[in-house]
Ligand binder design. Structure first.
Ligand SMILES: [Zn+2]
Length: 252
């Protein structure tokens, strides 16, 4: 549900115009690598790049064990813009620091390997797995979507530095569908969502967001109620064009 105009959420600031040179620079990186961006209308692409340009000014990238390069900085930031594209508070200001590693990594004191995680220190992503997430479609694993889903939840409910009140209000409906989806997966011994979704409610959220963006038609066919709730929570439907559902209360 979207609030009426005049509600307490003010949109994050973004430049009204961007030079064609800057637009083309981002566009040349996004077009070959980000399927979501390719599907946007020209108007949406313009908004996407303007938001991306604003976001990148606020980010500090740390390359650990690999050489710094521009591609990963643009693409990780672009996935942030993708996940928050329907929201007015799209900047996730708490997550200033982004750590990029070449491959899976160990965390101190933990036995297993990680391909990404979110902590109060920032967002961590294995670049190899970031790329594989987009190269291998429909396997339910896209680490960038997964970690950004955790980050957007963390931003709105824990750090509360960039709250989108519409997001918070709609998110409150998600726990009600977690139970039925979990019960069905136990009864039928299978689920459209990969098994990791049932670790706890927060992994259910992150795995659902992965599937929502990676295979929206599959999610709509198999879990239509979850697809509908996620569309409302994120105020966008990847199956539609334009993707953002409600812009009635957005200032131009
Ligand atoms: Zn997770």
């Amino acid at each position: 549900m979207r609030h009426a105009p005049g509600n307490r959420t003010t949109a994050d600031p973004v430049a009204a115009h961007i030079s064609p040179v800057i637009f083309n620079d981002y566009d040349s990186i996004l077009m070959p690598s980000l399927p979501y961006y390719r599907e946007l209308t020209a108007v949406e692409k313009d908004l996407f790049v303007r938001r991306l340009n604003s976001l990148m000014d606020t980010r500090q990238f740390h390359f650990i064990g690999m050489e710094a390069s521009r591609g990963p900085t643009v693409l990780v930031s672009a996935v942030t813009i993708q996940i928050s594209f329907g929201l007015k508070k799209f900047m996730l200001p708490y997550f200033r620091d982004i750590f990029i590693m070449p491959d899976a990594y160990h965390l101190k004191g933990a036995g297993e390997l990680y391909i990404g995680h979110v902590s109060p220190k920032g967002i961590y992503i294995s670049w190899r797995h970031f790329q594989e997430g987009f190269a291998i479609p429909n396997d339910g694993v896209t680490v960038a979507y997964h970690e950004l889903a955790h980050a957007i939840h963390h931003e709105n409910f824990i750090e509360e530095t960039g709250i989108d009140w519409d997001f918070r209000e709609d998110f409150a409906r998600l726990p009600h569908i977690f139970g039925p989806v979990l019960s069905a997966s136990i009864k039928e011994h299978k689920s459209y969502l990969r098994g990791y979704a049932f670790t706890n409610f927060f992994e259910f959220w992150a795995v659902s967001v992965e599937a929502f963006f990676e295979d929206p038609q599959g999610m709509k066919d198999n879990l239509p109620k979850l697809h509908k709730i996620l569309s409302e929570v994120l105020n966008q439907d990847p199956l539609r064009s334009p993707k953002v559902l409600s812009t009635s209360d957005e200032k131009p």
